[in-house]
Design a protein around this ligand. Structure first.
Ligand code: ADP
Ligand code: MG
Length: 214
């Protein structure tokens, strides 16, 4: 039975695909057999990214497949150690299906109230629909240069009662450039960025372990 991690939000552009690829590559680097279930059929972001990864012969390899249904993805997951769902925006039903199927559900969000408010609203909705609250974790992605803004964003999440993952992804051109080459956010050309983003990866691995599966 594969570990299942979902990355979802109702908004586009918050970093779902970036985070899904980051998780997939880092588990794959530890010899896990990893599949990304690309649920955003309109964009196919991870699917196109993986084509670039293959073309550029970047290791470790991860498998990416597009799915219409969560159940179909879970079935193929039998051959994998980890399935990472890259969710589609504006898709309440599918978000709930992913949440149901996951061991750990990550909601990436920017640090502005424009991003934070709908993120916490989604977490509340998932809880209302019976999703076990501790498996919902919030990740701060696309953070800017302001420590004050970041601290306020962290406080906003903490006061909501949901688990805030340690570590943060800052907005960096190098992360976009890495993605253009089929790399993830810990595979940029800058060691300092990779190490910083790795803190979030470790927090995700720890949280997944805490929730009971290895
Ligand atoms: N930390 C970051 N730094 C720079 N660009 C980023 C970062 N995170 C995401 N992006 C860029 O922002 C856009 C949206 O990110 P993406 O991960 O595709 O979001 P989503 O899947 O939520 O729509 C993409 O162009 C991506 O390369
Ligand atoms: Mg996406």
């Amino acid at each position: 039975m594969a570990l299942v991690i979902g990355v979802v939000s109702q908004k586009g552009g918050v970093g779902k695909s970036t985070l899904a690829r980051l998780i997939a590559c880092n588990y794959a680097a530890s010899e896990w057999r990893v599949k990304i279930a690309d649920m955003d059929l309109a964009q196919g972001t991870c699917t196109s990214w993986n084509r670039r990864r293959l073309q550029n012969e970047i290791e470790p390899k991860v498998a990416v497949e597009q799915f219409l249904n969560v159940d179909d993805a879970i079935k193929t997951g039998e051959q994998y150690d980890l399935v990472v769902f890259d969710g589609a925006p504006h898709s309440t039903r599918k978000t709930l299906d992913i949440a149901d199927a996951c061991d750990l559900l990550i909601l990436p969000t920017g640090v502005s109230l424009d991003d934070l408010e709908p993120t916490i609203k989604l977490a509340h909705e998932l809880k209302k629909h019976g999703i076990y609250p501790p498996k919902i974790s919030i990740a701060l992605t696309r953070a800017g240069n302001s420590d004050v803004e970041l601290a306020e964003g962290m406080e906003y999440v903490r006061s909501s009662g949901y688990h805030l993952l340690d570590g943060v992804i800052h907005e960096k051109t190098a992360i976009r450039r890495a993605s253009d080459e089929g790399k993830c956010a810990t595979e940029t050309s800058f060691k300092s960025i990779n190490e910083k983003v790795d803190q979030l990866v470790q927090a995700i691995v720890n949280r997944a372990d805490e929730l009971g599966k290895k």
